[in-house]
Design a binder for this molecule. Structure first.
Ligand SMILES: Nc1ncnc2c1ncn2[C@@H]1O[C@H](COP(=O)(O)OP(=O)(O)OP(=O)(O)O)[C@@H](O)[C@H]1O
Length: 361
């Protein structure tokens, strides 16, 4: 098949995009290390990870702005980047949206949106632009210039421009990071609705775990260029592959524990280690928000001395000292449950909220 002759991603039809053993090197540094990952048709895949974990590099490889050092990129099963193939960005049927929106300041909103419509016959372009603007709630904004719009409106113009050509894959690099935090939630929800309506496969780069949780069908968690874990948000939250994944999504207590005869004794719980878990030193991870506090003790509750208590409006943060636990335990609970003058509390943690990891030598 002569793939250079046409787009591999068909206009208006969601594509499958696969990274296969992708390695990317800048100078002597491997910044993407053997990543294999698939974005399924119509799914929102979030590439999540701390700064420098290789998210943007993967997105740029998908876009065709970067050639991988090793491995292959497939769109609908067709190799578009690999040892002997490189299909330029314009032939991949992918759309791009960057964090700074990259609108042309000297062009009207309508001209900005029309910019990517080179494949649309000229007489149809005005209608496509109008439809795209209507879709993002900016009907009648066509003759304005970007500087006349708010940050949220500029983001919507950028979104309209990205979806207007009906890409089969839409690639978005930190699309909300330029927005005021008060605006973010609303713009995210609106964007997600537009993305669902277009039905395209979407890959979003973000370093914000909550953003990924709220938007993704699949999250790919990256660290130092490696894929740590990929799966639906609930899976990454409930069954994190390692301690990094466990603590990436929320503030977590990391406790040194020991496993003896397959059991771990904590002051507030006795755990059975999973099958195949070795005896010896291990790590227990407990999210701050999974620690329950009461004024009165009951059942397995352990008494704790309050070392520190911070009011945070709707919630309160406690730092607690518990007999039998070397490290202090942190708890985040909704405000108003613990007596104002309390010096001690009772701690409960459900066994299912305690994640156990073997210590790597
Ligand atoms: N053009 C380049 N030349 C050399 N090194 C680069 C280049 N682009 C990125 N890097 C390095 O590659 C690594 C991965 O960068 P990348 O931008 O992919 O990470 P990221 O996870 O998107 O980070 P951020 O969230 O900070 O954007 C970083 O260490 C970065 O410094």
């Amino acid at each position: 098949m002569n793939i250079a002759a046409r787009n591999v991603g068909e206009t208006g039809k969601a594509a499958r995009l696969g990274f296969e053993n992708v390695v990317h090197r800048y100078g002597a540094d491997d910044v993407v290390r053997n990543v294999s990952l698939t974005a399924n048709p119509g799914e929102v895949l979030c590439l999540l990870g701390p700064s420098g974990s290789g998210k943007s590099t993967l997105l740029r490889i998908a876009a065709g702005l970067e050639v991988p050092t090793r491995g292959r990129l497939l769109i609908n099963g067709i190799e578009v980047s690999g040892p002997s193939v490189f299909l330029p960005p314009e032939r991949r049927g992918v759309g791009l949206m960057f964090q700074d929106f990259a609108l042309f300041p000297h062009m009207t909103v309508a001209s900005n949106v029309a910019f990517g419509l080179t494949a649309t016959p000229k007489p149809m372009r005005a209608q496509v632009v109008d439809d795209a603007l209507a879709r993002v709630g900016l009907m009648g904004y066509g003759e304005k210039y970007p500087h006349m719009l708010s940050g949220g409106e500029q983001q919507r113009v950028a979104l309209a421009r990205a979806v207007a050509p009906q890409p089969s894959v839409l690639l978005m690099d930190e699309p909300f990071s330029g927005l005021d935090s008060r605006l973010k939630d609303q713009v995210r929800a609106e964007t997600l609705a537009v993305l669902r309506e277009t039905g395209a496969t979407v890959i979003i780069v973000t370093h914000d775990p909550e953003e990924a949780m709220g938007m993704a069908d699949q999250i790919a968690l990256l660290k130092d260029g490696e894929l740590v874990q990929a799966g639906p948000p609930h899976m990454l939250f409930k069954q994190p592959a390692n301690l990094f994944a466990a603590s990436f999504f929320s503030e977590t207590n990391v406790l040194d524990v020991s496993v003896e005869a397959g059991k771990v004794d904590l002051p507030f719980a006795t755990l059975t280690a999973p099958a195949g878990f070795s005896d010896g030193k291990a790590t227990a991870a407990i999210r701050h928000s999974d620690v329950r506090l009461r004024n009165e003790g009951r059942g397995d509750a352990a008494k704790a001395h309050i070392l520190q208590r911070l009011y945070l409006g709707r919630s309160e943060h406690f730092v607690l000292q518990i007999d039998g636990l070397i490290q202090p335990l942190h708890a985040r609970i909704s405000a108003g449950h613990i007596a104002e003058n309390a010096e001690s509390v009772f701690v409960e943690v459900a066994n299912t909220a305690i994640l156990l990891f073997e210590k790597r030598p």
